[in-house]
Design a protein. Sequence first.
Length: 364
Amino acid sequence: MAGNPLKAGSGSRMRALVVGCGSIGERHIANLRSLTRDQIAVCDVDERKLEYVRKKHGIDTYVSLDEALSKGQDCVLVCTPTNSHIAIATRALRANCHVFVEKPLSDRMDGIDELLGLANAKKKTVSVGFNMRFDKSLRKMKEWLDAKRIGNIVTAGVHFGYSFLRRKVDSDYRQDYAGQVSMGGGVILDAIHEIDYLIWLVGDVEELFCYSGRLSGLHMDVEDTAEMLLKFRNGAIGSIHLDFVQLPYCRCARIVGREGTIEWNFGTIERDFDDSVASLYDGERGQWETYRGNVGRNAMYLEEMRHLIACVEGKEKPAVDGELGKKVLEVALAAKESSREARIVRIGETCKDSGFWRNSPASL
């Protein structure tokens, strides 16, 4: 039966279906194939993409999701535009499959509780693809913070920026789902990694205020720049900057504690992220301590797939499960609501159907 739990050491082979063979879907295909001899298949509505993947990777391809699911899959990886995540994940769960959903879990809250309830009833895992959780230097930051190396956190700021035109240089940027409100785009949802890892490192967000807008001059109908101020439940305050404008690429963080400071820099596109670095300043000793993380951009994605296999086999629990994915999405949608209504939003007070902003330029 599709989705039967795999037992460690049983010799069982996982049957994985990747739905959506864009750049992230193809990366997961390649990494799964490098990690295991399990059977990998792909489903996409674009037959040209399917032909390319079939020739390159030598795997089974399907246009019909129902046909693909009928083959007895154990795990489905949802790598399609954001607005389609919940519908595809729900169909996969109904077919008794474990589910991996690329970030964000959705572009609205509708259907999420039903999805998680179905997963619980089926006893299947729902994992959300926040690959930054597998960056070694970011994990070192988490280790330092858990050990109270800089004492209680006072402030935390994170920054992401990169030109939207550099995302896919071989295609028309206007076709990119991340620039289209109808497909769940916008920098707040597309760069939701920053919300996720800030919650992971610092703690739950209590309330926030956000300014966002279209400032790049590019042809898109959703925000390309956002600034957020956050208050955490533990009393710390923080900020998040996101943009689709910046050159060169920048992804970094700085966390200030009562006894020191931690900094993180994810490197550059040009150097393939091989200089991912975390640094800790020990206030008592007056010295910096440096840790160098991943070697190459793919390292964290490879570890993410190793972890997924272990979750399907029952050896590990998801680093970001459906409930946590929901929590992160609530913060992102609260930021959109704050910008639209020009007010502070307390987390948990957003509309259940947070998709009301999707077709309204006033939301920017």
